[in-house]
Design a protein around this ligand. Structure first.
Ligand code: FAD
Length: 533
């Protein structure tokens, strides 16, 4: 190994970006090359598209992220020209379904809403930016609390965590007060209704600048910063294979999607953070196939609803003048409808669920002008509960060497099932959601369980574990068992049943992995230097 280690990072989402940043900060001689299969959307790499004020620009950035479902942009993304199938069920804006129904599409009838984003910044260019901390049994049992708390604080710094977003909103305060009344005495101290921590920076005019991978990359994308000189981001570059020699990874074979040229890039360390489906697929395609790879797939099932806030109920906590002020503030940033974010976090034993309450002036779906609660002066909340899914081997993505997908990788099949254990918790949480909605106003969309895959938070397919016993893919420092310089990152590492948004937890796990990698690469560089000297 040279004195100047090269690190290849696969994927430019928040997790790949956290590795790039921490490795460059920790290793003064290292170089990081980050490969991203999708295009760069914004001048500043990895920025949240929610910050784009122009609606046409925003729509274009979202469509460009939709990989195989990118319609008119398909060819520019290195994909064979294809027509978007008429009536095609598309995913959340900025994402594309894995099972999109076209040629080379994955097979996921039991997990139909599974989606990914293919662009610089990954899903982190489109995310809602909610970053609650995991708690109780959501946490990783083999990382002790003191270390965990430190990892979380570092992760929050990387993501520009803001725990008091819109805290001064009188409407937001009224929502919390009504929920507190409804659930008084039922939730443990410190786990009642509160503001939802988010990733972003409040602006002087009261709006938010939402954080994407750009925030995590920080100095790496600041022109003139010395760290930026050791960082290279190659967009529209697909990593086709991780190459190895015995139990050591030697680099990656990449395809430039603009020129179709394939080349080998040697690396001392490879970090794969290419999402919870495409990372295990890349490992599989590279012949790296631990028994647990792709298995133990979980997500939190989601029950959602929309409620029109009731003037009389809200009026007990906020005045008409305060509402006018709020509406005036909102009018300055019409492009971003979210105005206050609240939650009731996960707690045990009685509330193993996570409630997210997003206040917005508009409903997420069009309402007929003459519908009774259309144009509700007090606005709406989009509310959803996340519940747990207990990990099972049989919930899995598997790969078929004989059937290529649209990119030429072994195609994916997802098998997934909710059991009685989940259904029981979903039922309890749905009753709570109904109570929360009635406490705030009237439902304009009744609580409903979304199809599997809707959470966009896919976990467990490369889970970390304390021992190499066949039930995990990575060791407690995110290194693939048996391959010493291959690190994996992302929500796929999470081994527990969680109900919350997972990105903060995954960044915390990445901080631990990056610290260990810095230690190892420094020790190897020292050893090489002493041999050379
Ligand atoms: P990703 O962000 O998915 O990035 C992976 C990248 O790898 C992609 O850009 C992909 O193109 C690239 N890639 C894949 N294969 C290859 C290859 N072979 N070669 C090169 N590149 C490759 N999470 C939360 O915690 N809170 C939220 O509020 C929240 N809201 C969300 C809302 C939406 C609409 C969406 C889409 C997601 C949301 N998420 C949320 C999820 C969050 O965005 C993800 O947890 C996070 O982005 C995961 O980061 P990552 O770096 O692991 O992967």
């Amino acid at each position: 190994m040279s004195h100047h280690p090269t690190i290849a990072v696969v994927g430019s989402g928040p997790i790949g970006s956290a590795y790039a940043r921490l490795l460059l900060e920790g290793l003064p001689d290292a170089r990081v090359v980050m490969f991203e299969a999708g295009p760069q959307l914004t001048e500043r790499p990895g920025e949240s598209v929610r910050n784009i004020a122009d609606p046409d620009e925003k729509a274009r950035a979202r469509e460009l992220s939709q990989g195989p479902q990118a319609g008119r942009f398909r060819e520019s993304l290195g994909l064979p020209a294809g027509t978007v199938v008429e009536g095609m069920f598309t995913a959340r804006q900025g994402t594309h379904l894995l099972d999109f129904g076209g040629e080379g599409s994955a097979h996921a009838p039991t997990f139909p809403a599974a989606a990914g984003a293919t662009n610089v910044g990954g899903q982190g260019a489109h995310w809602t930016c909610a970053i609650p901390r995991p708690s109780f049994s959501e946490k990783v049992s083999f990382i002790d609390d003191a270390e965990w708390d430190d990892l979380i604080v570092v992760a929050e710094g990387l993501l520009h965590a803001q725990s008091a977003a819109f805290a001064d909103s009188a409407v937001g305060g009224g929502i919390r007060s009504l929920l507190e009344e409804e659930f008084a005495g039922e939730l443990p101290e410190g786990y009642g209704p509160s503001t939802l921590p988010v990733a972003g920076d409040p602006q002087p005019d009261g709006t938010m600048r939402w954080a994407g991978a750009d925030a995590v990359l920080g100095p790496l994308i600041e022109p003139g910063n010395p760290l930026a000189e050791r960082f290279e981001l190659r967009d529209l570059t697909l990593v086709r294979r991780i190459e190895r020699d015995g139990d050591v990874v030697t680099g990656v074979t990449v395809e430039d999607l603009r020129t179709k040229q394939t080349s080998f890039v040697p690396a001392d360390l490879v970090v794969v953070a290419a999402d919870a489906f495409r990372s295990p697929q890349l490992l599989w395609a590279s012949g790296i196939r631990p028994a647990a790879l792709g298995h133990y797939l979980t997500e939190h099932p989601v029950v959602i609803s929309t409620v029109a806030l009731d003037a009389e109920k809200m009026g007990r906590f906020a005045t008409e003048e305060q509402l006018d002020e709020e509406l005036a503030r909102r009018a300055t940033n019409a492009a971003d409808p979210v105005a206050a974010v609240n939650r009731i976090p996960f707690s045990e034993p009685d509330h193993p669920f996570s409630l997210q309450v997003m206040y917005s002036e508009t409903t997420p779906f069009p309402m007929p002008e003459d519908a009774p609660l259309a144009r509700n002066r007090w606005g709406y909340v989009n509310m959803g509960y996340g519940m747990r899914k207990f990990p099972r081997y049989e919930d899995a993505v598997t790969f078929d060497d004989a059937e290529p997908d649209y990119r030429g990788f072994p195609n994916m099949t997802i098998e997934y099932e909710l059991t009685d254990a989940e259904r029981a918790e979903i039922e309890v949480a749905t009753v709570r959601l109904r109570r929360a909605g009635e406490a705030l106003g009237a439902f304009v969309a009744e609580p409903r369980l979304l199809p599997n895959g809707s959470s966009l938070h896919y976990q467990g397919t490369m889970r970390m574990g304390p021992a190499d016993d066949g039930t995990s893919v990575a060791d407690p420092w995110s290194r693939v068992w048996g391959v010493e310089n291959l690190v994996v990152g992302g929500n796929a590492l999470i081994p527990t049943a969680t109900a919350m948004n997972p990105t903060l937890m995954s960044v915390a796990i990445a901080v631990r992995g990056a610290r260990k990698a810095v230690e190892q690469l420094s020790a190897r560089a020292d050893a090489a230097a002493s041999v050379a000297g």
